[in-house]
Design a protein around this ligand. Structure first.
Ligand code: ZN
Ligand code: ZN
Ligand code: FE
Length: 785
């Protein structure tokens, strides 16, 4: 339990010197996590009378009893709460002693217009429930919707607050007598477990063909599904926050087909394994990996592949594999059945990738899935517990040292946990970026960043974005006073800002938002240096930024651009983002190499006609907007080395470049700082030129890649040092999508520390654009107050 912001114990109104009464209001994540039952048991143990109730102000407790017991009660409240509870504040006041009450009771939730309780994220299946579903004598044996107060669905089934069964999609399942008894027994593990259910009264599972025809119900459905998977079928599986597309992870033909129908030729696919032992069979796990694979969140964890264990085509570009353990009873039962039928002949591993067509958000309802996925899936595992809120699997990579993981996608198990920021202020909304969209609401000193939404240029994703906007306002009961959007006028999120005609709207430079977000997560309120290493974001001068050193004052929301990478052309604008070979040509042009003097073998896959066209564009400076993007520099080097001419997913060129590094190499390329210019320039052209010369001389790509990574990290750190001396600031906030490159992120932090500077990294949010809604909202709040 979190133990911050606790007030001093209040003065208690005493009666005869021994007995007193006390009212406590507990705030934080205290609903739907077994908090009231915990209070009830505690009061009973200490023989206190009174009651506990969910109210719009939080959980309210009144207790009457011996002074010593009341003190013990307060201490235990702080120290022994349920594992999922997160108390942010306890307000306590003494009352006149009331000796009439003899009993302690849990009383009905009070509906209210304002609230200060948080909905919990969805929680992975707990050990006690897991034992029940594997025990043939238990009434929940093999029941896929088993849950208790310690585990189960929360956010994804909740339509409104307060969190009560009638506000969830379990409303249409009246509890049977046995479930009701558990629900009402304060000493039961399922006391007030809102989604409580059993085979007699709860949701059920069935298996359907692609045409919607039902083949089997209940346990038979899992049997049919497992058989179909072993046969090589692709299944759509309805889970917690949406659908997965699943197939056997050792079946190359099935995986290829899945890649074809999803139009996803290379992007890594995640897998699910029944347990840690199976995970160890296909990957080399570090202890931090194992810790994240288990527990209450159970995200997709990026782990080191064991080579040869599974087909290369699962994740052809990277030595890492996205791995998760079954986090719902449904997944546990499906994996168990699959393993039984595979009978040691096949590895018990399933591909589990989000069930959607390329770029669309996760499918939600049965009919929707059947309609949208029928061309993709050969069969459907369906159930009748509605998903009210979509939520993808979270994806992260634990870091070597104790510390926060590198988060790639923040969703299931993590949202809607707030980021606790340094201070309170007026309610504000950040509308986020365009790709990797999220929203952020500031309420008091809490920042609610939505789950990953997707790319807003996709119609379905934009609809989901609007839904979440309304849903979060409803759940949080707030109306933002001010709204912030990106400076880029063409982002779908920026265009939406025009709808807020009744309140102020402000526009925030993309990389300032990045740096404000990482500072906020670190509760850092003093001016700091900020390095944003990113794709492209619109700069204040109208060019495309993305490799910037900023001076940011988070107290004022102001910034100045101290330095940037050498600007180069972006031939064809957004086309150059999809086609890294264009960036290679652009950099060659910038260092004065004639692209046609000798044919560069690296561009063999690119038609000469296209190259000629791009060379003309560069020479004539036509349709070549200027950019300082660091992401595009990685693209250029990757394509120069022949690794990726056309990217099939975002970041592919950089992923391949990172993967081929020769780790024994330790010599960095030069990347000098031109400090006399204003803004200063980090000479990324010299860096590129060194890579080019080596590649001409036949140096191995792995060596070039390593020297490039080390050179860039060193150059950036030297740049920060130069400006640390000039400004007297020694903290350097790091953000931007390029920092998903583990090598650069590690080397840069390490280098900064060696130079006596303090790197600040993201603690809970991803470094990519998913974080900027937080920076925007903070900026907006500064303008409002
Ligand atoms: Zn449980
Ligand atoms: Zn029941
Ligand atoms: Fe960005």
């Amino acid at each position: 339990m979190n133990k911050q912001h606790f007030p001093q114990a209040p003065r208690i109104n005493e009666d005869e010197g021994h007995r007193s009464s006390l009212r406590l209001i507990v705030q934080g994540r205290v609903q739907g996590v077994g908090f009231r039952p915990f209070v009830y048991r505690l009061a009973k143990e200490l023989d206190l009378a009174g009651h506990v109730q969910n109210t719009p102000r939080g959980v309210e407790i009144e207790v009457h009893g011996q002074n010593a017991d009341l003190e013990r009660f307060q201490a235990s409240l702080r120290e022994k709460g349920p594992s999922l509870a997160r108390i942010t504040r306890i307000h306590a006041e003494g009352l006149a002693f009331d000796g009439r009450l003899q009993e302690f009771a849990i009383i009905r939730s009070e509906p209210g217009a304002e609230h200060s309780v948080l909905i919990s994220p969805d929680i992975a299946l707990c050990q006690a429930c897991r034992r029940e579903i594997s025990d043939p004598s238990d009434r929940r044996f093999a029941y896929p919707f088993t849950n208790c107060t310690d585990c189960g669905p929360r956010l994804t089934i909740t339509g409104n607050i307060p969190y009560d069964r009638r506000q969830t999609s379990m409303d249409c399942f009246p509890m049977c007598a046995a479930c009701r008894f558990e629900y009402e027994d304060p000493l039961d593990r399922r006391f007030h477990a809102q989604p409580n259910a059993c085979p007699d009264c709860g949701p059920h599972l069935w298996y359907a063909e692609a045409n919607g025809h039902t083949l089997a119900h209940g346990p038979g459905a899992l049997n049919s599904a497992a058989r179909a998977l072993l046969r090589g079928d692709i299944l759509a599986v309805k889970g917690l926050g949406g659908f997965h597309l699943a197939c056997a992870a050792d079946d190359e033909a099935a995986i290829s087909r899945l890649r074809q129908v999803k139009k996803r030729p290379h992007k890594p696919l995640a897998v699910m394994v029944p347990d840690l032992e199976a995970a160890r069979g296909i990957s080399r796990l570090r202890c931090e990996d194992e810790a994240w694979l288990q527990g209450t969140i159970q995200p997709i964890v990026l782990v080191a592949k064991r080579s040869g264990a599974l087909p290369e085509i699962l994740a052809p570009d990277t030595p890492l594999l996205g791995l998760m353990l079954p986090y719902t009873p449904l997944h546990v039962l499906l994996l168990d059945r699959y393993r039984q039928l595979a009978a040691g002949q096949r590895p018990p591993v399933l591909v589990m990738t989000s069930g959607n067509r390329a770029a669309e958000p996760l499918c939600l309802g049965n009919r929707e899935a059947l309609a949208s996925l029928s061309g993709l899936a050969d069969g459907f595992v369906l159930h009748n517990r509605d998903i009210l809120v979509r939520c993808d699997d979270s994806v992260l990579r634990p870091r070597k040292h104790p510390g926060p993981p590198l988060v790639f996608r923040r969703a299931r198990g993590l949202t809607p946990n707030p980021v606790f920021i340094a201070r309170a202020g007026p309610p504000a909304l950040g509308l986020g970026p365009e790709a990797k969209a999220t929203l952020c609401f500031l309420k008091g000193s809490e920042a609610y960043v939505s789950q990953h939404i997707g790319d807003l240029t996709n119609v379905e994703a934009f609809a989901f974005y609007r839904e979440l906007l309304a849903h979060f306002e409803r759940l949080l009961r707030i109306r933002p006073h001010i709204v912030a959007a990106d400076l880029h006028p063409d982002y779908m999120s920026t265009r939406l800002a025009a709808e807020y005609t009744d309140r102020p709207v402000v526009f925030v430079q993309h990389h300032l938002a990045h740096i404000l977000a990482v500072l906020a997560e670190n509760r850092s309120e003093e001016p700091a240096l900020g390095i944003a290493l990113d794709g492209t974001g619109l700069g204040e001068d109208g060019t495309l930024w993305g490799g910037e050193l900023l001076l940011v004052d988070p107290g004022q929301g102001t910034s100045s651009r101290l330095a940037h990478l050498a600007p180069v052309g972006l031939p064809g604008g957004s086309k150059a983002i999809e086609e890294p070979w264009r960036m290679a040509l652009s950099y060659l042009h910038a260092i004065g190499v004639d692209c046609f003097g000798e044919a560069e073998p690296a561009f063999a896959s690119t038609p000469e006609r296209s190259r000629l066209l791009v060379a003309q564009m560069l020479a004539g400076n036509c349709n070549c907007p200027s950019t300082t993007s660091c992401g595009r520099l990685f693209d250029a080097v990757s394509s120069l080395l022949g690794l990726c001419d056309v990217a099939s997913y975002e970041g592919q060129a950089a992923v391949r470049l990172e993967a081929i590094q020769e780790m024994r190499e330790s010599r960095p390329y030069p990347c000098p700082v031109e400090a006399s210019r204003d803004p200063a320039v980090l000479d990324s052209l010299t860096l590129f030129e060194a890579a080019f010369r080596d590649s001409r001389q036949g140096v191995a790509p792995g060596t070039i890649s390593r020297r490039f990574h080390l050179g860039l990290a060193r150059g950036l750190a030297e740049l920060a040092l130069a400006f640390s001396r000039r400004t007297g600031l020694d903290r350097v906030a790091l953000s931007g999508g390029v920092l998903q490159n583990e090598t650069l992120a590690q080397e840069l932090s390490l280098r900064l520390e060696q130079l006596g500077l303090t790197p600040l990294v993201h603690l809970e949010l991803p470094p990519n654009d998913a974080c900027i809604s937080l920076g925007q909202a903070l900026y907006a709040r500064l303008q409002a107050s």
